[in-house]
Design a protein. Structure first.
Length: 318
């Protein structure tokens, strides 16, 4: 799936036109490094033509992913303002659009409506990438983000969520998310530890500050694993219906919430990517896969986004 479709599906025609105007169109030969592991990133990139390879220093000669037309990269560093954990270089003659981070942030901070659309699309893109990368059938599971979700929100937003949410005491072994069963809530862990399981296999252990059910909130799909309490715990349960209602009323809240979720997912993706690169013995995993998938529930939105992307490609190629 072209990740840009998740983003363009939420943007208006004027937004797409702005990205084309603000971005720098670059025709690059194979072997050009665009993002270097450990070095600051000042742009977000979109592949128009050609392909780029994703590699890490710990695995010389191993290509972790090959991204083609319509793929976005540099978004993790954009979200969490941390150096990249991988290097990205063109695999062949390629055409990319590079959007300056500073210009994008300037508009996001100025316009709440654009900010909500952009961060929601970015969140959906990350949710899709997370599901397809870490539910490919291997033994590795999602690692914790080590980020407190509430820390990424304003005091006013934290108070609103605490007022609207319901604090729940959870018994040991109680499941709050069940694999394959759609949840009507998202949860923030207040106390205790919760395990992410596939059958009897524990994939991850999550603690206070972590969010549960955020993928379903972003892409309206069922959980791919069960989450249950490892011992006595407490969670803040947030109704997805009530959140959706508030998002319709307040663009600023929506922008901040989607940005916080994006930052949270970026951190979780980084941790899981590093963990999944190695097998249980500490050696590089030979069967690490970066699969893609089609989210049927987003077909209408993606169809519209495809039209926008085709227009963007025609403009940049011209």
């Amino acid at each position: 799936m072209k990740k840009v479709l998740y983003i363009l599906g939420k943007l208006k025609d004027g937004d797409v036109d702005w990205l084309a105007e603000e971005g720098s169109r670059r025709s690059l030969p194979g072997g050009t490094v665009l993002i270097e592991e450990g070095q600051p990133v000042d742009e977000v990139y979109l592949v128009i033509d050609g392909t780029v390879d994703v590699t890490i220093a710990a695995a010389p000669g191993k290509v972790l992913a090959n991204l083609g037309s319509g793929e976005v990269f540099g978004e993790l560093s954009f979200l969490d303002d941390r150096p990249p954990t991988a290097t990205v270089a063109t695999a062949e003659q390629s055409l990319v659009l590079a959007v300056p981070r500073a210009r994008l942030l300037e508009r996001l901070e100025r316009e709440d409506t654009f900010s909500q659309r952009f961060y929601r699309g970015l969140g959906r893109s990350l949710a899709s990438r997370f599901r397809s990368t870490f539910t490919a059938g291997g033994d590795e599971g999602p690692a914790g983000s080590k980020i407190n979700f509430f820390a990424a929100l304003s005091e006013e937003d934290r108070e609103f969520l605490r007022e609207e949410g319901e604090l729940r005491e959870v018994e040991p072994g109680e499941a709050i998310l069940v694999e394959g069963e759609r949840s009507e809530s998202m949860f923030v862990i207040e106390e205790g530890e919760f395990v992410v399981k596939k059958g009897d296999q524990v994939l991850a252990t999550l603690g206070a500050g972590e969010v549960l059910g955020e993928l379903g909130f972003l892409d309206s799909r069922s959980p791919t694993a069960t989450v249950e309490a490892a011992g006595p715990g407490r969670v803040l349960e947030l109704s997805l219906e009530e959140l959706a209602h508030e998002l319709e009323l307040e663009d600023g809240f929506g922008a901040r919430l989607y940005r916080a979720l994006g930052t949270f997912l970026a951190a979780r993706f980084r941790s899981s990517l590093i963990a999944s690169t190695y097998d249980a013995s500490g050696h590089l995993a030979e069967d690490m896969e970066y699969k893609d998938e089609l989210d049927v529930e987003l077909l209408d939105e993606i169809s519209l986004a495809g039209t926008k992307f085709a227009w963007l490609m025609d403009r940049l190629r011209g």
